[in-house]
Design a protein around this ligand. Sequence first.
Ligand SMILES: [Zn+2]
Length: 410
Amino acid sequence: MQDHRKLGRELELFDTDPLIGAGLPYWRPAGAAIRHALEEYVYESERRAGYQHVHSPVLGKRELYEISGHWDHYRDGMYPPMQIGAEQVVLRPSLCPHHALIYRSRARSYRDLPLRLAELGGMYRSELSGVLGGLTRVRAIQLNDAHIFCTPDQVAAEASAALGLIRQAYRALGIEPTRYRLSLPGRDGKYAGDPELWDRAAGLLEQALAEAGVPYEAEEGEAAFYGPKIDVQVADSAEREASLSTVQVDFYLPERFGLEYAGADGARHRPVMVHRSVIGSAERAVAQLIEVHGGAFPPWLAPVQVVVLPVADAQLPAAEAVAGRAVRQGLRAVVARPEAGSLGARIRAHRLVPYQAVVGAREAAAGEAALRLRDGRQVAARPAGEMLAGIGQRVAERSAGLWDEAVMSV
Ligand SMILES: [Zn+2]
């Protein structure tokens, strides 16, 4: 594994500027391309799993966080309030309170549940400058978050389905978790709510882990202030462990916000909130992808998917036509022009690009391209349209493999 901070700079993925500030990285086009591909994956897999997407503001009144309990239990991690007229507003430390209010904005019936609200939204953490670095310790976070409002009977199935989404995402991303952790409260009293409900919530998470058949380790002192959680742990290049994905069961916030639904019996009942994140934050997920893949991303995540290499100046128009066609098809493609060096030097400069299409005199005349894969294998020359269709299919399927092995000629 390589340090994502070093590689992120070398590959021109992200950077910082002292005038923007520590812990506030910006994303260059190549890094933004990876992040967009990841976000599209998240939106798509959530839609398929029955989630509805919402957008909510990154600010809220201080009172909102007093109700949610963040003000009492999490103030050290929050930015100080901003005074606007008679009001105090704060940058949000989590998306949960906004989603609880969206739930509360309509009368809900048991027929509406489970209601799965998802958002890729901003949140803010006032980390001390000494601990900031790269994409893993930042002050502005884009979180892949969702809240499932459901009946107590639906919790275990929803939590286990969320674990299923996480495992599916890790397969597509090529990420291996180091372990699953059941994070329980410690004994220091910073946890909110009724201990009996905490035990019940932990029991439901154990049930979800058992249903998913995943081995896990229970650890005290790692819970959120409002409930226990399953944390999916990953390791970075320095073997430091961090939580990427999470599934949490919460009886506390529904109580604080007075959430209700009409049951089949006609009476008012309190829903449970399952908080879950499939990839965690965009920042931490991309940091992990950089370290795991060392810059050689799966084709669907690669900042540049196709580099077209004309052998000589005479093939430049043909190469530009192939790259233009690739771009119109939705692929990220560039031309490596002959003035940048010999063909070998240009291939080395683009060694992390999964597909390297070489256009020589013969290929240009025939409307073809010869394909070289990142791992050094060759695919016989074929019409450019056919080659791009093959690449497009692998990208659309989010395949980890570069080419159909059955037709490979080495
Ligand atoms: Zn939440």
